[in-house]
Write a protein that binds this ligand. Structure first.
Ligand code: SF4
Ligand code: SF4
Length: 419
């Protein structure tokens, strides 16, 4: 027997679209569901003199196993709420581009862009990279075909590259493959860095003329992207975390494009170079995140970790950039055994963060090495001191073991400063 059809949500477009919706859902709704305050407005009347308006509780007490069609275009919260009350596969959408299936926060809209290949995410090293060639437009078409097939395989439970990934979970995800994030996370031709951090795993690729012979530079990729009308949209985000972008010879040209286009952008930087055009971009309010790797709390240790005696200069730059006005301004500390795992650096780091107006920090370990017992004591000290200074610990921690991440989350919860 067919399940009863109910609609969720009274929107302005409903009167105009009701006939079309009825055709799509294969029948008229038996009633409308809304929030209690809207239901109150319809206490003595029906919508269009025809449809009773009731709460979810009331609707489910009358029809425990319905099919629910959501009329809103922004419907993720409604979808998740309904998915907990009925079979999520029975929740459908007229306007929202959503479906219930296995997915992750990258699939279908994210490209990790590299000189000769790409990946659908940037957090799982096991994911095979997909060979790509041609212009940026051709490569993005290759990405689109790849993602479309991958999602189709996932939907139909066919073997696919994501199938054993722990990040693949059932939820309401976007139905349509549409690029919204271009991530530059590994070395492109022309990438450089002015530092020599002891923990750097990219150093051997940076400043290497051999890698610069073929392929497009970051600037050339971004320039081609800016010429494609499809991506002239405020929906597009760039993650610039390859090498030290402020040391790149094309940095100003890249900033000119970012200033001209409506895009948002996130940056990883060592903060050692002040660039007027980057400062200008920060003022647009379109910088989603600026993460600066400080990794020390004293000048001496900074020199040992970074290879340059520029601790004071970085702090001056942070103040000049007015980063305290950037919502996603984060300072990073990577624990390094025998180098910065001491109280003076831990306390100095938090004090410096407070001094420059930073409200968020992230903690990592060297290449996923578990924290030593001494580090765990220091991590606790750092999180507590940060809480006292109004600094929150970022919830997303990619470069620590699962156990250490859980350990830090518990401490931050205890001190009420989990970001
Ligand atoms: S490998 Fe995992 S994180 Fe990467 S795209 Fe697939 S499901 Fe997402
Ligand atoms: S600043 Fe970043 S890219 Fe440069 S050496 Fe240090 S870790 Fe490597």
């Amino acid at each position: 027997m067919d399940k009863p059809i109910l609609y969720y949500g009274i929107s302005g477009r409903l009167s105009r679209k009701m006939d079309q919706y009825i055709q799509i859902s294969g029948g008229e709704p038996l009633l409308m569901i809304e929030k209690p305050e809207v239901v109150e407005e319809y206490r003595d009347r029906k919508l269009f003199d025809r449809y009773e308006v009731v709460t979810v509780d009331e609707a489910l007490s009358r029809y425990p196993e319905p099919v629910i069609w959501v009329t809103f275009s922004k419907a993720i919260n409604t979808a998740r709420m309904l998915g907990k009350r009925v079979d999520p596969l029975d929740v459908h959408f007229f306007e929202a581009d959503l479906e219930y299936r296995p997915g992750c926060s990258f699939l279908g809209h994210f490209i990790s862009y590299r000189a000769s290949n790409f990946s659908p995410c940037c957090i799982v090293s096991k994911y095979p990279s997909v060979k790509a060639e041609g212009t940026v437009e051709e490569r993005l078409d290759q990405w689109k075909s790849f993602e479309t097939k991958l999602l189709d395989d996932i939907r139909n439970d066919r073997p696919n590259g994501c199938m054993n990934c722990p990040h693949l979970v059932y939820d309401f995800w976007h139905k349509t493959v549409k690029l919204d994030t271009v991530n530059f996370g590994s070395c492109q031709p022309g990438d450089v860095c002015n530092y020599k951090c002891v923990y750097c795993f990219a150093e051997k690729f940076l400043n290497d003329p051999a890698k610069d012979k073929e392929g497009l530079t970051t600037y050339e990729v971004i320039e081609q992207l800016s010429q494609m009308p499809e991506y002239n949209t405020a929906e597009l985000k760039l993650n610039i975390s390859n090498g030290e972008f402020t040391a790149n010879k094309d940095c100003d040209e890249v900033m000119d494009i970012l200033l001209r286009m409506p895009w948002k952008a996130s940056f990883l930087t060592n903060g050692s170079i002040y660039r007027e055009k980057f400062a200008e971009f920060l003022k647009t309010g379109r910088a989603l995140k600026v993460q600066i790797s400080l990794d020390a709390g004293t000048r001496e240790t900074y020199h040992k970790v970074k290879g340059l005696d520029t601790f004071d200069k970085v702090i001056d730059n942070i103040k000049r950039y007015e980063l305290k006005n950037v919502e996603g301004f984060v300072l990073k500390y990577i624990f390094l055994e025998g180098l910065n795992d001491n109280e003076a650096d831990v306390d100095g780091f938090v004090d410096t963060a407070a001094e420059v107006g930073c409200r968020k920090m992230t903690i990592s370990s060297n290449l996923f090495k578990p924290f030593t017992p001494e580090m765990r004591t220091l991590v606790r000290r750092m999180i507590k001191r940060a809480a006292d200074a109004g600094i929150r610990l970022q919830r997303n921690m990619n470069y620590v073991t699962k156990e250490d991440a859980a350990f830090m989350i518990d401490i931050a919860k205890e001190f009420d400063n989990l970001g």
